[in-house]
Design a protein. Structure first.
Length: 217
């Protein structure tokens, strides 16, 4: 017996990027610390903006992943490709330390992304609180978490909810070299870790699609 599954909701995708690009983003990002280019609007106390010159330098290196993300959406949705330009509006580096976290939030512009340039192995070995998400993971939220017993007065088992309740949250513990790309409106947050003297380092950014006549995300 065959079924056709219909997927809907935001286009959240994960890919792997070149590790040399990770190293370069990290090296240049550490230099932004030296010039005190701190970003004050992020929950982490140690987030730094890349300079305009460095954003321009990395534009083509990052844009290729954004272009392929858009092409993948067009393929999934059976849409004709359209000419578009990509402009990286913001680019910053996060040095997450023990007990740091980022509350649920969304971004401006059209598309957002996060690249994991250095994720220490110690994080995956941390013991997670029962019922909680893995320490150092990222969580994406979308939709209403409706359970069966919310819909009517009858009693249903947790097993039924496990099958019928919608999936409204995706959680992932990243590794070095992974990249998430998603619509900027998608709510997400970062869970803390507790190992001292290590840093979970990521690079994030926002993208505008130029001359985009119709949104497809």
């Amino acid at each position: 017996m065959e079924f056709t599954k219909y997927n809907f909701g935001p286009e959240l995708m994960k890919t792997n990027i070149d590790l040399d690009l990770c190293k370069e983003l990290l090296s240049v990002g550490r230099n932004e610390i030296l010039i005190h280019n701190k970003l004050d609007s992020i929950t982490f106390d140690t987030s730094y903006k890349y300079s305009f010159e460095n954003v321009s330098y990395f534009k083509n290196k990052i844009s290729v992943y954004i272009e392929n993300y858009i092409k993948e959406i067009a393929k999934i949705r059976n849409l004709k490709s359209f000419p578009f330009g990509i402009n990286i509006e913001d680019l910053w580096i996060n040095f997450q330390k023990s007990r740091d976290f980022n509350s649920p939030h969304f971004h401006a512009y059209d598309i957002s992304f996060v690249i994991y340039v250095d994720i220490p192995d110690e994080i995956k070995n941390e013991k997670t609180i029962k019922g909680g998400f893995q320490n150092g993971s990222i969580s994406f939220l979308y939709g209403q978490n409706v359970k069966k017993f919310d819909l009517n007065a009858q009693q249903f088992s947790n097993a039924v909810n496990g099958y019928m309740a919608p999936i409204t949250q995706i959680n992932h513990l990243p590794i070095t070299g992974e990249m998430f790309i998603f619509p900027a409106y998608l709510m997400h947050y970062v869970n803390p870790f507790f190992t001292k003297d290590i840093e979970r380092i990521s690079v994030a950014g926002n993208v505008s699609l130029i001359d985009n006549k119709k949104s497809i995300i």
